[in-house]
Design a protein. Structure first.
Length: 76
């Protein structure tokens, strides 16, 4: 993708999306690694097992997987 195309998409997003007031639901993962763990461990298993896996990972490393408390503030 060309630099000018990226800039066009960025400008369109700023115009169309209300990013200043966007707030994630409480059940969104805080980072991509949690999403990857979820995706890998959800293959051919019950989702409760997947949630437990993410929970144990977070407990082991003293992390918070879900919730708005860790999201960085939206800046302009």
């Amino acid at each position: 993708m060309e630099q000018h195309e990226i800039k066009q998409i960025s400008l369109m997003c700023d115009q169309v999306l209300d990013l200043a007031n966007a707030r994630p639901p409480d059940n969104y993962y805080q980072s991509l690694p949690f999403c990857i763990i979820d995706a890998v461990f959800s293959i051919n298993s019950r989702y409760a097992i997947t949630e437990d896996t993410v929970s144990r990972f977070c407990k082991h490393f003293n992390l918070i997987a879900k919730g708005p408390q860790r999201w960085p503030p939206v800046s302009k």
